[in-house]
Design a protein around this ligand. Sequence first.
Ligand SMILES: NC(=O)c1ccc[n+]([C@@H]2O[C@H](COP(=O)([O-])OP(=O)(O)OC[C@H]3O[C@@H](n4cnc5c(N)ncnc54)[C@H](O)[C@@H]3O)[C@@H](O)[C@H]2O)c1
Ligand SMILES: O=C(O)[C@H]1O[C@H](OP(=O)(O)OP(=O)(O)OC[C@H]2O[C@@H](n3ccc(=O)[nH]c3=O)[C@H](O)[C@@H]2O)[C@H](O)[C@@H](O)[C@@H]1O
Length: 342
Amino acid sequence: MATKSSNGTTTKSPPMPSPLRNSKFLQSNMRILVTGGAGFIGSHLVDRLMQNEKNEVIVADNYFTGSKDNLKKWIGHPRFELIRHDVTEPLMVEVDRIYHLACPASPIFYKYNPVKTIKTNVIGTLNMLGLAKRVGARILLTSTSEVYGDPLVHPQPETYWGNVNPIGVRSCYDEGKRVAETLMFDYHRQHGIEIRIARIFNTYGPRMNIDDGRVVSNFIAQALRGEALTVQKPGTQTRSFCYVSDMVDGLMRLMEGDQTGPINIGNPGEFTMVELAETVKELIKPDVEIKMVENTPDDPRQRKPDISKAKEILGWEPKVKLREGLPLMEEDFRLRLGVFKK
Ligand SMILES: NC(=O)c1ccc[n+]([C@@H]2O[C@H](COP(=O)([O-])OP(=O)(O)OC[C@H]3O[C@@H](n4cnc5c(N)ncnc54)[C@H](O)[C@@H]3O)[C@@H](O)[C@H]2O)c1
Ligand SMILES: O=C(O)[C@H]1O[C@H](OP(=O)(O)OP(=O)(O)OC[C@H]2O[C@@H](n3ccc(=O)[nH]c3=O)[C@H](O)[C@@H]2O)[C@H](O)[C@@H](O)[C@@H]1O
C-alpha cells in the first residue's frame, strides 16, 4: 500500500517486513528498537513499551548522556535487550519499529563535541534508515523545536521553515536535526520507508541527569542544594515545558498513527525563564536566591508549539500542567540527591 505524506506526496510501498513477522510464533510480538533508550525520554518510552506483553524491546545506546541505571528494572527481562552501540556505526537487528532518539539533547552536551553531534544526527539517522529499509521497519525520529531556530513566527506551526543560524554553536544540533528530517523524507520518497517525525518541545521530568544543564533540572537541583537559581539573561526568553509522560504518549500515538508528520509535540503553556525560576522557588525553596547570569549565543528568544495538528491527527494534547509536573520531578531529585523534606 502506498503511504500519503502530510505534504501530499504519495510514495511507493515500503519494503516487506521479514517473512518471520507472519509466522504463527512471532505474529503476536512487535519487536521494537529504541536508540537512545538509556536516556531521559527513551527510558520512559521503554517503560511504556514494556507494559505491553506483546512487545519485545531492544535498546541501543552508547551511554554518552544515558545510563544503565535508567533501565535497571528491565535488565535480565526476557522481552528486553540492551546493546552498547553507537548509532554512527551500522546496526544489524531484526525489528518492526524503530524509535530513533539517540542524540545528546542538552545544549552543554551537544556543544561538547559538535562534530560528533552532527555525525550522530546525520550518519546515525542514515544508519537507522538503512536498517529500516533492510527489515521493512517503520521509523520515528525525535526531531526538535530547534529546527525553528530563533523563530520569527509565534507560536510555531509545522509549516514554519524556521530561522536557524547555519554556522553558530547550536548549529550542530539544529542543522543536524534538520538534515535528519530531510533524510527521513528522502528515504520515504525514494524507498517507500514508513516514517514518522516528532518535533519535540522542551520536555522535563524524573530521571533527567541532575547535572544535565537544561533549565528545569538546573533550577530544581539548585533549589534543593540551596544554591542560587541561575537565570540566563535577559530572563524574558520563553519556553513551553511538556511533562515526560505526555511526551511518551504523543510519540506512541504518532508511531501507531498513519501520518508521517512532522508533528509538534509539546505543551503550549509558555513561561519566561524568570517566571519558571519564581515557580520553582515558590514550590521548592521560598528563600532561595535568583541570580542573573550571562547567556550563550543564539539562545532562542521565544518558543511555543502550535499543537493543532497533534490534536486533530493524533487526538493528543498534554494533560500535566507545569505546577503538577515540577513536584513529581522534585521528588525524584530529592531521592537521588539525598535531600529530604523536613
Ligand atoms: N528532552 C527534550 O526537551 C527534547 C526536546 C527536543 C528533542 N529531543 C530529542 O529527544 C531525544 C532524547 O532526548 P533526551 O532528552 O532523552 O536526551 P538524553 O541525552 O537523556 O538521551 C539521549 C540518549 O542518546 C544516547 N546517545 C547519544 N549519542 C548517541 C550515539 N551516537 N549512539 C547511541 N546513543 C547515543 C545517550 O547516551 C542518551 O542515552 C533526542 O533525540 C533529542 O534530540 C528532546
Ligand atoms: O525543546 C527543544 O526543542 C530543545 O530544547 C532544549 O534547548 P533549550 O530550550 O535551549 O534548553 P535549556 O538549556 O533548558 O534552556 C532553556 C532556557 O533556559 C535558560 N537557562 C538555562 C539554564 C539555566 O541554568 N538557566 C537558564 O536561564 C536558557 O538560556 C534558555 O533560554 C533542549 O535542550 C534541546 O535538546 C531540545 O531539542
